[in-house]
Ligand binder design. Structure first.
Ligand code: MLT
Length: 257
């Protein structure tokens, strides 16, 4: 019986240098809202999503045929960009057949920091079951990277990481304080997640901007089976290799228990 692959949680991009990335799958998590937005864009038919760290690089694509640029800082759309970072902006066919170039406060920076991993994939509640099936199928050492807020810990990304740990740990070797803590946070919040997340700093930031509906949407599990993966610097839809036997849990069902 081969040794099980490891599954671990990095609570902030600031801690990422402590984690070797070679031959690892890194799941980048930014529930509010970057990785949710990326899942929506890929689900809605974007050819690819290019995550860039700086607004300058993002802006350099403005006006290019077939490209849409989206810039967010501190939860607000940046002036001069086509879009901000609300997932609702990328529905109704607006990105279909287009390339979305996106720069956000934390999420796109986390993706860039993880670029030397074997594979970078995108996770959020929106693609929870598809994402967890994908990492179990891959069967590689996996690191759940919480994007946090400007390198500080945040609640919502850690809760998501805890949900992944709780529902896939039978397939992995899980043995770290951060994984243990993340799972406990999830177990303590899953019965009324919106109420729990309302205590978070980013909820308060977004509520102040009047985008509470974004938060409610970002917490809805399994709205898409799209799993964005980073290929040549851009996020594209992963092919789902689904050789898992039998019924696989759905977070939807889990949260209803
Ligand atoms: C981030 O990158 O931290 C978030 O996506 C910010 C936001 O859009 O609210």
């Amino acid at each position: 019986m081969p040794d099980k692959a490891t599954l671990d949680v990095c609570l902030s991009p600031g801690l990422l240098p402590l984690y070797p990335l070679d031959n690892k799958v890194v799941v980048v998590i930014d529930v509010l809202r970057a990785t949710t937005t990326m899942c929506v864009a890929i689900d809605q038919g974007a050819i690819k999503v290019i995550p860039v760290e700086t607004l300058e690089e993002c802006f350099s694509y403005k006006g290019k045929e077939g490209y849409i640029i989206a810039g967010e800082r501190n939860g607000r759309k940046v002036e001069g960009f086509d879009f901000g970072n609300s997932p609702f902006e990328f529905m109704n066919g607006i990105v279909k057949g287009k390339t979305l170039v996106l720069s956000t406060t934390n999420g796109t920076r986390a993706i860039r920091l993880a670029k030397n991993a074997h594979q970078v994939v995108i996770g959020g509640f929106l693609n929870f079951t598809a994402l967890t099936r994908w990492i179990v199928n891959e069967g590689k050492d996996t690191l759940l990277l919480c994007s946090g807020w400007r390198d500080k810990f945040n609640l919502e990304d850690t809760i998501f990481a805890g949900a992944v740990i709780h529902h896939t740990q039978e397939h992995f070797l899980v043995d770290s304080d951060s994984a243990f803590a993340a799972e406990k946070l999830y177990l303590n919040s899953r019965r009324n997640m919106f109420h729990f997340v309302k205590q978070s700093s980013h909820y308060k930031r977004l509520a102040h901007l009047g985008v509470v509906n974004d938060v409610k949407y970002c917490l809805r599990p399994d709205l898409t089976d799209a799993v964005p993966v980073l290929k040549d610097g851009a996020l594209v839809r992963a092919s789902i290799k689904d050789d898992l036997e039998g019924e696989f849990f759905s977070l939807n069902n889990q949260l209803k228990k």
